[in-house]
Structure formats: C-alpha cells, structure tokens
Write a protein that binds this ligand. Sequence first.
Ligand SMILES: [Zn+2]
Length: 861
Amino acid sequence: MKQQYKSYQETICFLEECVRLYPNIITIQNIGTTWEKRDIVLATISLNVEHADLKPALLYTGTVHAREWIGNELGVEFIDYLLKNHQSDPKITAALTKNTLYLVPCLNPDGFEYARTHFSFWRKNRRDNKNGTFGVDLNRNFNIGYTKVSDTSSNVYSGPKPFSEPETRAIKEFVDTHDNITIALDYHSQGNVFFPAHNFNHEKELDGTDLNILCANMNYEIKKITGREYGIHRGKPPTKLISGSGREYYYSKGILSVVVEVGTRNIPDYMQNMKESVDENIPALLFALKETKNYSFRAPKRVKNFHLKSCDCDTISLEWEHSEYGENLFFKIYRSEKEKQACNDANLIATTKKMEFTDIQLKSATIYYYYIRAVDMINNIESPYAPKVRVKTNLEKDEFSRTIFPASQDIGYVAQKTSEQNREHFGVNSLFVGINESKGISYAVMNFSLENLPKDVIIQEANISLYPMNRVNAKIEKYGEWSLSFIDPKSIAEITDFDQVHNAEIIETLGDSIKSEKLTQGIWSNWHFNALERKILKTQIENGSVIFRFEGPKKLPVGRDSQMMMFDIGYGKFGGGIHYRPALNIKYTVPSSEIKIKPSTISSIAKDKITSDFLSCGFDKNGDKIYGFMEFDLSNLPSFDETVVTHAYIEIHNKKKPKTEQDMRYNIEFIDIDNHTYEDIKVRERIEFIGYEVSKADLIKHDTHHFLFDSFSKIELEEAHKNDKPVSFIVKATSSSSDKNHLINWHKKDSEHEVKLIIQYIKRRKYGVSKATNLKTTKDNGIVKISWDNPKDEAQVGSFVVRNRFHPPKNPYDGVKLYAGSDNYTLDNYGSAKVDKYYGVFTYDDVPNYSEGAIVEYKSK
Ligand SMILES: [Zn+2]
C-alpha cells in the first residue's frame, strides 16, 4: 500500500491510540493553542511515565517550518518504533528507564495543514498580519538574536516582537519549566546536515566538542543504515545566518541544541527518499536519547585541562585533571584521525584511572584528535567531553613535509554560463563545483607552486584537502560524484577561461572520488594519492607547479535544477581564512649520499700479543679468544646537526674459507672502549651487535659480508659523531664448544678488500631554531594582534600561530591556525576580542622542525 505523510489530525489520533495502548509509557498534553485553534501537542515517553519529569530528557521538535513535513513524520515513526520494540530491545528499555523523551511532532500545525492542503511551499505559521499577508517565521520569533523584519510578506518575517506567536510561547513555557531537558533536536529539511548551536563569534565553545561528538555519534548510526554521512557544520563563517531561532533559545538555557536538516528535498518521493530518511534517523535519535543522562546534574564533571604533555614521531602523551577524582571514577579516551568522528568502542583506545596516558605506535606527521570523558562506575553515567586535543606527530628523522596553498590568483572556479565573470571567481570566497541552471557546468581550478620542493624528492605521502561548506544546493540524493584530476599545464594557457579548463588535457583522475551522499559539509574531504598519483606529482615538480581540475556531475536529470557543492577557498570576505584553505600536503624524503670510511686502526688482539694492521679472529692454541679490532674516524661526515644517518653497515671480506669441524659463527659488536688491551677488550662494554652473525657455511659460500646497523646503533653512530669520537668494533668467533687453533683472516689494512664502514646519510636539520621571544597581544581596532620577535637565525623559515580557547597549545596543530609565514605579527581576524584564550607561536625551519611553543594568555579585560 502507498504510504503517505500523516496529517495533523492523523498524528493526533495516532498519539491518542498510543496512550490507550501504552498508558505506562506515554502521555500527551496540549502545550498551547494556535491562531486557528489547533492544539500544539507534546508527547512524553518514558518507562513509568509518571516519573518522566524527574529524568534527564531529550526534546524533539518537528515541522516548525510548515513545508518541512519530515519533522512530523519522523516524530511519529520514532514514537511508534519505541513503543513497539521496547519489550524486545534492551537498548530501548535501558534508554527509557533512565531518560525521557519529550516530542512535539509538529510545532506549527496551522502552517503544516496549510502546506498540505493549499500551498506546499508554505513556511510560516498562519497569523493574520492584517494587511493581506499571513504568517510569521516561527524560527525567527525566539528572542536570542531576534531581528525585526518589516516586510510581513517575507518568508522570514520574524513577527511583531519575540515570542509574539502562540507556538513559540508554548514551547518556551514548556522548556522554561523543564530543566531536566539536556539535549534538544529540532528537525527540519533539507540538506542532510547537523547544525549544532554556537555563540556566533567564531570561537570554540566549552561544549563544542560535546555538540560535534553528539552529531558524529548520531551520524555513525545513520551510516550503519544507509551508508550516508550527514554534514556537521558549526561555528564557521558566515555565522550570522540565523537570528531568533529555537535552537539558540534552547542553547541559551544550557541545553545541547542541534538543528537536523533531513533529506535533500522538502517533499520528496516518499518511498524513495522519505522512508530512507526516517529509517536512518531512528537509531540516531535513540542514541541521542541515551546520551541525555550524561549531560544531567547527575553526570560527573567534565575533565579539566586535558592537554598534550609531549609528542614525537610515534608517541603522544596526554594529561588532565579532575576535581572529583576518586575511587569510583575512570576515564575513557578516544582517538580519531579525522575531525568530527564518532566516539565509541571502535576508537576507544584506553580506559584508565590515571590522569595521564601515552599513546604509542602512531604514524609520523599525522594529525590525531583525542577526546576524553569521565565515567562514574557506580551508575555508569559519563561526563561531558573535555575540549578535544589535536596533535600532529613529528616527522621521522629522514622526513620532510610541505603544506602548499595556492596563491589567491591561482584558485577559483569557472562556470559555463558566467564566462565574463570567471576571472573574478579567483581568490575569493568559495569554489562552486557541479552543475546548476544559472551557472551551467562549473569546475574549480587550483594551481599549486612546487618551486620550493627539491627536484629529486622521493614522495612518501601526498594528499589534497578541501573544506565543503555548503551542500544545500546539492539537492539530488545519490547523484554524481566529485573528483580531482591532474591537468597537463601545456594544454592550458589561462586557468580562468572556462573553455580552456573544460578542454584541458587530463593526465590522470585521482582514484579517490567522493559520491554525493558522502560529501559532508563541515567535514574535510581528503584525497590520498596512490603510487601512480605520487609519480605524476613528482613529474609535475619538474614543471615547478601542478594544476588540478575539480569537477562534479555535468548533467541534471529531468526536473532537477542543481547539483552543486561549495568548498571554502580560504580567501576573501566569506572565506574562512587560512585554516580552511585548500591544501596540498606532501611528505617526502631525499636520496641519500654515501660515504665509505676506511678504518683508522685495525688489529688482532690475542691474550699474548697484539698484531697491528692485521684483522683476524678465532681461538688461539689454548682456546682463548682472538678478537679483531677496528676503529673508524667519522670526521669526514658533514656536521652532526645536519646529518641524518639513513643506513650504515660494515663490509668485511674473509681471505680464506674456514677449516674447522666446529659449528662456528662470527659476529660484530659495536663497543665503547678506551684502551685496546686484551684485558680491556675482554671486559668491554657492548653497545649493540651489528646485524646478524654469519656462519661457517656463509664464509665458505661467500667472501663478502654485510653487517647492518639497527636504529639504535645508528643513533649511537650519530652520537659518536656529535662528540667527535671515533667508533670501535670487534669481530669475533663463537662456537657451541671450545675450539683451539682456529683463525679467520680478514683482509688487512690498505688492501683492496679491507674492512669498511659505509654510511648513507641525508642532509637535514635535526633541530628547530630557537623559539620566538617577546610574544604579546595588543588590540588593534577591536581585533587582537599577536606579535613576537623571531630568533636571529638564518635557518628560520617562519612562525606558525595557533589559537586555543581552553589550554595553552603545546603543538602547532592544537587549535585554529591563524598564520604561518615569515612576519613577526598577525591578526586574529575571525576571533573575538571579547573572549579569553591562548595563542601559541612555533618557529620552524625548512624541514620543518617546530620549536617549543611561545605561549601568551589573552585576557579580554
Ligand atoms: Zn526549516
């Protein structure tokens, strides 16, 4: 049978029937009466519903906008699901035992019915404005940020004053008298995106992590059903989009408040789209219901001062504080490699009672996000999340990295129908990629200069990241995909010309492409280069730059007008600044140089004599060991500070094949020794064995042998170089039982096959430059200006400035990036001068190695 949207009256009948069937779980009440005298009905659902108001609660509101029917439909379906399954699904039982659901399926009954029966695109309520126009946009009629709109015919007419409407007054009164509400979800359509509340000032909020994680966890549930990922879009410019909305009102009452935009059209094909949207949102709602207790007064307090303690290329240490620390409290720590990902068992990396944690086996030069919450073991209630910590691990010793941004004139979009203006689409605001009726086909073009990379780089990793900022224009679900291609620079003279971009020669399209339902606004999209793509990138380094064309679908199905995505450009008035600029990230190394070092000394050290310039080992006539001793001078290596040993090995040749019945094996030890007497050698301090031992059979088969240094020995080698010390080794024979008169001769001094120490190394700075000094903040026209003195060191390339509202940033990536470059000041253009915060300045060299951060605390007063 064809399923259709429930009308207002059918919804009321459904709720009344629920109360009749499940009187212990659901009650309904009328919280207000509309202009057209309809009841605004709120359902309360909880086990032992008479105690519902004593439990933490989720507030659901739907269809505040008349034409957004999903709100009413999803509300009804969610109630139906809870009631029908609460006896068979322990998750529902648990959720309804400890939490309460307040659900208003339709906050705008008059508008909803008008949209259903007269004009499907109606948005407002049905107030008679007494001038021939009708309706107030209820979602502009709340008091927070209320803005008066004079045109009563406007779709966003905000009413004569805040709370002038019975619908907004009704929900306000309910919320004001129910301080057990901890989470509020307001269901709208369309966009498949979460819009968590924020304070409209571009600064992170203490509960920002909670809001993002709540949405990310709901997203996880959605993805399980349909594979779709909603966007999570919070607190990024332009922020002043909504004024006087319900979300802001609930948020102002301390409630975690989110607008959920469901679906891709207001009134889509029910079977095809709406059923999917309902099905995927039910488990997400159930998740949110279970979370309400974790934000109630019974929950443990949020962890304080969660911050990075130390970090290197594969290890990150974190520490924190907690005021209620004691027997019954433990901590859960989650780690993600992407922002705004769920926190659940899949990425729970530690539960601990300690106030510190060290994470190991990490990848170098990789950004990690850490989250923490405290858990009360007795009643299993969890705390809100501490603000997240973001850390980028250091590079490995032989690695370099570059983050390359296009210059402003080198990034923009070209559209088919805007040929006159295409030039002006460069360096400002956003990239439009896809197709719509007014622009036609639209491509983004990005040209990255690769001049600063050495020509002989060995690219280990490369990726491009772009920030999708708006998918409201992507109206067609599951249609088209977005992909990036290398274009041949020789086939294009002018990147601002549509025809040239359209006809440009494609070298290769990156293997990663992103399908429409996975393009989530507010979450970075990343394209990782495979081996072939890295090879192409490498050839472009020889050209000095690389050009990418970014494209979406090029055709629209019948009856559709747009399938267009917007990505931030990071430049211009509506761009989000450098933090959101498209970037090409490259991790690379360079070919090694090699040096072959002949020994400064070799000798054979037996109990009764030392033979110079001669290398042998074995056992003397009494069965005492004879040691071959070698010393190498490292002074021909370049300076220690700029030498990274990548490989080292000893090459040694035996002159004759061993003649013994014994099972003999030979090894080389790296030793620390001052005198070369037999007694000293016998009680030697061994640093490490070099490589693997070789057997008698190996010596019979070959006469050249390589003993490879492990990582520790390479460090020791560098250490000796640092201290201008020669390095010493012995070669010796071992056997399972004692032997006598067994000697292996290795080649002697200055012969062609003399033993050698072979070192491969790259020239790379090991340490960063000194940190910035004299860091201070001043106010410049109401904007915070951060200034500092750069160290007087020619090796400094620049300074990296990061802002963190909650803790001093100990890593350049722990916060919002404000600046990277060679100046000694920057402005916090997007931040608020009215908010206390920390700024960190990290100087860097050409590797880059970052200095320890210079930190300044900014106080608004
Ligand atoms: Zn809406």
